[in-house]
Design a protein around this ligand. Sequence first.
Ligand SMILES: Cc1cc2nc3c(=O)[nH]c(=O)nc-3n(C[C@H](O)[C@H](O)[C@H](O)COP(=O)(O)OP(=O)(O)OC[C@H]3O[C@@H](n4cnc5c(N)ncnc54)[C@H](O)[C@@H]3O)c2cc1C
Length: 462
Amino acid sequence: MDADKKSLPVAVIGAGPIGLAAAAHLLERGLEPVVFESGATAGAAIEQWRHIRLFSPWRFNLDDAALRLLEPTGWESPRLTALPYGGELIDQYLAPLAATPEMSSRLQTGSRVLAVTRQGMDKTHTRSRDTTPFIVRVEHTSGEVRDHVVAAVIDASGTWSTRNPLGTSGLPAIGELKAAHRVSSPLPDVVGRDRAAFAGRRVLVVGAGHSAANTLINLADLAKEEPETRILWAVRGASAEKVYGGGDADGLPARGMLGSRLRRLVEDGRIQLHTGFGISSLTESEGGVTVTSGDGRAVVTDVVVPCTGFRPDLEMLRELRLNLDPAVEAPMELGPLIDPEFHSCGTVPPHGAKVLAHPEKDFYIVGMKSYGRAPTFLLATGYEQVRSVAAALAGDHVAADTVHLELPETGVCSSGAGTSCDVPAASSAAEGIEEASGCCGTPEPVLIGIPTGLAHGRSGAN
Ligand SMILES: Cc1cc2nc3c(=O)[nH]c(=O)nc-3n(C[C@H](O)[C@H](O)[C@H](O)COP(=O)(O)OP(=O)(O)OC[C@H]3O[C@@H](n4cnc5c(N)ncnc54)[C@H](O)[C@@H]3O)c2cc1C
């Protein structure tokens, strides 16, 4: 970053775990962050899946610079081997971090970034581009829209708000937008917070990833108490075998158990499975919505749960010069390393500012969003990304280029509940995986990274 811009702050978009970690690293580098968060609180995206248990234990979910801010406050570390729920990640880590004086004074919640550009120039202007500050246009909760002048931008806005459509070709199915009120969030809490929207209703779950498996199992639990609940499941593939996994022979016992349970529910007729069901249209019908496949089959339902994966919101970056992998929509160099066509768990090398760089100097996409459409992002990877990016912005290129990621041989993920990839997840109690607040047992370390065993990690493809 140029010396004359150093008096300006660095904008961080999003106060998820990676955005807050980015701010912590910037502070350690003597740079001034300003964090814009669209939600009411830090961790607003995780708030939507607070009922889901992470599959990686606490020790991989905490950032070192963030810990250095937390420790002087008397913060008590959770037990590092425990697997937290999303809600616990917020309550025990993100919320206390956001409340530290260093962070709270730099965090603007209720502030949605609408666009990023260079001051006084559109994308086509080249002269003096690298030395010109950025403008971050932000809509604040009051409705006021303001342009903030900043030296650099770190986009850590995740992908949660932009799920993939239900339609098979990457486009919304015909009528999907009109029927939006019939489509739930991607990971509804069907036995808890969102129960009323599902109890006693017809529910169609779309997709063959872990989210689908998780939701189906939870719906089956709901149906035990609310027998009128009907569970329908649509996958694009010719069978659901990949979701069931290897049963007893599965390399991941928890996945095997969950898959076996799902298979039994389908075989017992408690879940009605529709295979080869690529959705082409949704039509409002009396008392429900008719979902039609490309080959003309129709399913009538009250609610659709879209477990179809996520994609990055690139619209707000339209005036920036980006270099994105044409398939995955991750930074160009990163794309091939994480492409779900080829990538398997644990093979992503640690990477930092160099790999994440764009032609737009001092602009970086980090965190979940840096993986574009690939579903295998890990917090530990993101923390190393932002350590390196902060070093690069501070001009410490040696530190920026010395990337390392300390994952143990046996790995970051155990096969517990709730992953961001396409492996079904089970309730930990059933698996002997350590409860987040329990006191015995150890997590089941199985492999490095998020397993991408099903459909190459693509929820929509099945
Ligand atoms: C169900 C689930 C389970 C997962 N389990 C694990 C796990 O066990 N281990 C693991 O390592 N990873 C896991 N992941 C993957 C990943 O680590 C998480 O998705 C994590 O939340 C990503 O952090 P992030 O900071 O990049 O993005 P997010 O947590 O999504 O944070 C982005 C933030 O940006 C805000 N935002 C969005 N748009 C804007 C805007 N325009 N302006 C301002 N703010 C904006 C959002 O409100 C949000 O607060 C899981 C993911 C999911 C979905």
